[in-house]
Each structure stands twice: as C-alpha cells, then as structure tokens.
Design a protein around this ligand. Structure first.
Ligand code: ADP
Ligand code: MG
Length: 254
C-alpha cells in the first residue's frame, strides 16, 4: 500500500505564485483525475512534485509513504516510486529507447540495493518485449533514438512504456491525451490500463473528459487558479464536458 500525500502545497514560478495551497491524497489502486482550464496550474503541480528546479515550493508538504519528497532530487523521487509522464516529451538523439529504459531500470535497482549488478540483457529484452506488446508497439521502436522524429502518439506511448518498465508506485500523467487522435488515444488509454497494477496509483491530468471514457477515475478534482475547488466522482467530469468550467468559477468566485 502506497500513499502520496500533498498538503497545502504552494508553488511559485519566477516569483509569481501559481499554486495557492493544493491538498490531494492518492493511494495505491486509485485513479485520480485533475482537470482544469489552461494556465490553471496543473503542469505546475506535476513539475513541483517531480522536483523541477524552476518551481519553488514556498509552503506545504508532499510525502510518498511518509517520506518527504520536497527535499529530494528528481532522480531520488523517481527511485522512491514517483513517475511523471511529460506533456511535451523531449527528444534525445543518440540514446535509443532500449538503452534509456535499461539505464533507468538499473538506476532504480541500484537505488534499492547499491550492490545490484543491473538487469541481465535477456531479462531486459523479455521485459521490454512483453511491455511493448501491451502497448501495441512494434519491436523496432526499441532501437530508435528516444522521441527523435516520433509522432505525438508514439511519444506518448514511449512515456507509458517507461511507466510500464519502471513500475512506479504513483504515476502522474500530464495531458497524455493532448495531441492524440481518437485511435492513438484508445491505444494509449488501453496501454495505461494494461500496465497499471493494482498496487499503483495514478493521477491523470487532463483538460478534456475524453480520456476518462477509457480510464475511469475514482475521483475527479477541478483546479481553478491554483487551487482544487471541487472534487467528486466520474460524473463531475461528465458535467464539465457538458457545461464547461464557468459554473465552477461562479460558485467559487475565481
Ligand atoms: P496548466 O498545466 O494548467 O495549463 P501551468 O501549470 O502550465 O498550467 O501554468 C500555470 C501558470 O504558470 C501559467 O500562468 C503559466 O504561464 C505559468 N508558468 C508555468 N510554467 C512556467 C514557467 N516555466 N515559466 C514561467 N511561467 C510559467
Ligand atoms: Mg499543462
């Protein structure tokens, strides 16, 4: 059982306060969605949790299984079991998908046990093949340079492939649906469900309800102007689809 606890998190970017006190608890087995209009602080929450140096925590706490995350480097947060799938994955020419993933797996294993010699090549190949099949990815992907010339859908699949191979405790997926056509969206959403184990928690950050048709959230939260102003079940996402965010702005005067 794992638990990410975010308590009164306040975050500034270049001296502008963006997050104004976010509270959220995500446990293993739960799928949470954070929705909200553009510019409301959703990516800021993701980056601040992962430890991007540009995002300054001015107040509040975030813990994973009781361990304080906010003093740790991003790689230490990753080793503890936190994962972020980026809204805009970057290309790394010269580093193959397979190499990147094996390096990440080995870094995690060394974090757990400094004596670890790393995953064997046959074991790694087997694991990669199995996870790529879940995501309906051609095996030739493994040899290609990370995100170099990849389509939007391919980049997002590689993000989920990372999630699948690292098996994090809590995954944050920042607009994994953005820029995908409906076929790519279905593949990615089914992939997320296929790789998501019962003991993992997921935070799906999204602007639109449509990905939630495929990954049904247990909890839906709406962020407006740096705060979660409303929480509910999947029906809240459906209401937003119908009515937009205006009624919530009025209700909460933001
Ligand atoms: P969302 O993901 O909900 O669209 P963001 O978290 O990206 O929103 O942005 C929230 C606010 O913070 C916006 O006003 C945005 O301009 C500002 N912001 C976010 N990241 C940066 C950054 N790296 N530099 C400057 N401003 C930023
Ligand atoms: Mg964003």
């Amino acid at each position: 059982m794992s638990e990410l606890v975010i308590n009164n998190l306040q975050v500034s970017v270049e001296d502008t306060e963006i997050l104004k006190g976010v509270n959220l608890t995500i446990k293993s087995g739960e799928v949470h969605a954070v929705m909200g209009p553009n510019g409301t602080g959703k990516s800021t929450l993701a980056y601040a949790l992962m430890g991007h140096p540009k995002y300054k925590i001015t107040e509040g706490e975030a813990t994973l299984d009781g361990k304080d995350l906010l003093d740790l480097d991003p790689n230490e947060r990753s080793k503890l079991g936190l994962f972020l799938a980026f809204q805009y994955p970057v290309a790394v020419p010269g580093v193959s998908v397979a190499n990147f993933l094996r390096t990440a797996i080995n870094a995690h294993r060394k974090g757990q046990n400094p004596e670890d010699k790393g995953i064997s090549i046959p074991d790694f190949r087997k694991k990669l093949k199995e996870k790529m099949a879940l995501l309906d990815m051609d095996e030739s992907f493994a040899g290609r340079y990370l995100n170099d010339g990849f389509s939007g859908g391919e980049k997002k699949r590689v993000e989920i492939l990372q999630m699948a191979t690292l098996e994090p405790k809590i995954s944050i997926l920042d607009e994994t649906d953005s820029g995908l056509d409906i076929d790519a969206l279905k593949i990615v959403a089914h992939g997320i469900k296929a790789v998501n184990k019962k003991d993992q928690g997921i935070l799906v950050i999204t602007h639109y309800q449509r990905i939630l048709n495929y990954i049904t959230p247990d909890f839906v939260h709406v962020m407006l102007n740096g705060r979660i102003v409303e929480s509910g079940g999947p029906e809240l996402a459906l209401r937003l689809e119908e009515e937009g965010y205006e009624w919530l702005r009025e209700k909460h005067a933001v």
